[in-house]
Structures are given as C-alpha cells and as structure tokens.
Design a protein around this ligand. Structure first.
Ligand code: 4NP
Length: 166
C-alpha cells in the first residue's frame, strides 16, 4: 500500500504565497481524487505572523478561483517538519537558503524550489506580493497553479505508481 505523501509549502510569512500554494495544490489533489494519498500544509521561515489568517488579498485572489484558504493559520517551520514531510518546497531563493541551513543532515533531498516543477515557465521564484498591489497576487497564483500541476505529476511518478493511484 502507498504511504501518504506529505508536502509542505514554505514562504517568508506564511500569509501570502504558501497558503495560496497549499490551497491550489489541495485543489489539484482533490480533482485527481488523491486526497487519501497526498496531504499538504504550509509554514513560514519567520514568525512575524504566527497564528494569523492569510493576507486578505491572498484570500480574495484565491477565492476568485474558487479556492478557499480563509481557514488556514500561519505557523513557523520547525525541525520536525523535515522529517514529517516528503517534500519541503520553497517559494524563492531566500526561503530555500533558510531551509537549507535549518535542514538536518540526510533530509536535504526533500528540499525543492517550487518552480522547478514547472520548467516550462522558465522562472525560478514565486515573487513576494506582500508589498505590491493586488495584481502581484494574481501573478503569484498563476505561477503557483502551474507548478502545482507539475508537482502532482512528480509525486505520481515518484511515489504513486501502484494500482490504487491509477
Ligand atoms: P509571504 O509574504 O512570505 O508570501 O507570506 C510576506 C508576508 C509578510 C511579510 C513579508 C512577506 N512581512 O514582512 O511581514
């Protein structure tokens, strides 16, 4: 039987990009009927917003695409996450650097840059929309939705090749 594959999306504050990524990816998983086999969560590298709801612009942008992220609450990444999650996915290079530094030996293979799952985008980072206007949230969610599809494909190929997942 396939063990559940757990994915953690990580940004700086866990109120803009990574909550949208969790919501968009969970939507992909549900549409694929894989919710018993693939789980998702999100966290921030910093603690500024721990316990807060996602930014209202992130909630509104996701809701326009029928993705509800209002129930999520921000938390900070912890060392145990590197053991609990099969994929720990950074939105940008800064997040990746922070995660790499904190990651225990033997778990580095779990770290990824999110947009590496969608090489056709020819972009490396999901830009931080926090200090910009609303359009930055749409741009970020466009990238996130594309990369979510690529990530699910990777998970299917690497972990879900058995008959239950087809
Ligand atoms: P996020 O965006 O990392 O996508 O959640 C940010 C949220 C908060 C801050 C910066 C970026 N901040 O400086 O408070």
């Amino acid at each position: 039987m396939n063990k559940k594959v757990n994915v953690l999306f990580v940004c700086l504050g866990n109120i803009c990009r990574s909550p949208m990524a969790q919501g968009a990816f969970e939507r992909c998983v549900l549409e694929a009927g894989l919710e018993s086999l693939v789980g998702a969560d999100s966290a921030g590298t910093h603690a500024f917003h721990v316990g807060s709801s996602p930014d209202k612009r992130a909630i509104a942008t996701a809701l326009k695409r029928k993705i509800d992220i209002a129930h999520q609450r921000a938390r900070r990444v912890k060392v145990q996450d590197f053991r609990d999650f099969d994929y720990v996915i950074a939105m940008d290079r800064d997040n990746y650097g922070t995660l790499r530094y904190a990651c225990p030996a033997g778990r580095q293979h779990a770290l990824h840059m999110f947009l590496d799952f969608s090489p056709e985008l020819r972009k490396k980072e999901v830009p931080d929309p926090y200090y910009g206007g609303d359009s930055g949230f749409d741009t970020a969610l466009d990238l996130i939705q594309t990369a979510s599809g690529g990530l699910l494909l990777d998970i299917r190929e690497a972990h879900l090749s058995g008959p239950e997942a087809t």
